[in-house]
Unconditional design. Sequence first.
Length: 459
Amino acid sequence: MRLIHGVELKTYMIDPPLLLQSQNPVALRDEIQRILVTNGLDRTCYTNILDYTIELFESNGLGVNYYGYHNIVHELEVTYVTLLAAQWQSLHGKVAKEDLPYLFVAALFHDYDPQKTGERPHEEDAVKFVISDEKLHLLLKEAGIDKNLVAALILRTTYPWTDEIRKNVEKQIDEYSSKSNIAKDDNKKEHFRKLGWFLSVADRIGGYALGDFVKAMEMAQKNAYTLAWHPYYIVRRSVSYFEDLLNNEAEMCQGILHSLPKEMRKNFMDNVLSFMKLREQEIQIEAALVYDNARFFANIEPISRRRDPDFVKTLAQIHEELPLPLQFKKEEFNESVMAPYTILNTLRLGSENGPIIGFAKGGPLEGYKLRPEINDPNYGMANTMFLEPIAIRVGYWGQRGGREIRLLFTMQAQAKGFKYLTSFALRDVISGRIQRGEQIEFTQPLNPEHWWNYYGIRL
């Protein structure tokens, strides 16, 4: 058994060919190909569509190295889960064999946005590509697939499916369905509406059925980072996401889960329960802080303690809870904690010797490799301290502890003679600090994650 964020994880025996835990596009691609062939979709055009999709995502920077949630791995995972569930339902007369090609193509392209101006998927951009791309048009024509119906299915993956959004999107779906010779009558239109619902729910189940809670939390962190959620909201919004799926989409959700192999059903429900347990822990922590009047203590940690293996291990575990792009010095984390030029302070609970629940760490700007679009004029001047993104255990975000260790870090940097301090923060957080009177001299937005800003203050 393993623990993550205090939640117990169980390990289950997995039989092939299930791709649980796999985030390998090659393995996913081969398994999708296997399902296609098994269901009679063995013509070269289907393979070409699959490979063309992977090529498009990779060539537009949306491959495995794109940290956002909506990369090629997500697209292939959704396609795999959709086809796996549809295959089972076709055997039981709930999905027609001729529906599989449409689900296949719509799943592959449902989040494809070549411009990628932001992480939130733009279904209209995906539809625009499907309708206008000449190479894809030829491949779809060879496969006998109507691009208008693919567009209609993609539009149905719009989330959240609220009344206002629904009214507008359903109008667009009807427009594309009406352009198709296949969906002229009301029965066919209703059939494809339900098929779109099937795809939208399979999309939301997707990767959460293909791994344990370590993978599920990584997905939630990716989503939070790229959609500019404060860490305070990761668990509670994940719980809301699953509650909406299980309650408001109950009929389709249960149907798809029952169509998946047992191990995948169990994975999905275990992940849902793990998020709910984490949310319960967050509420318990907040209750302790409010009703028991528990206090935070910001400590400057001496170099002797920073060389203690148990101390370093505790910090490393907290550091791992940050989204990957915010994990600076990841490969040499232990060495950076013990380095004499590093400024490090911890956030402890209850007393100066209480359990560590967070830390602030950083060093001279020249010791960091920043993103190429960042042009800091002070780089190389040896006058700037870089504060890495603050790390705090899940459950303790939003309780003002982060502010305490950040201010302590700033005081330490000033005491060491540095003239400037730089770091990364959410744009809204920086705006709030400016309104409170903090002397932030400059901010530089990052693209496509333009809500994350690089900022600097004069000490």
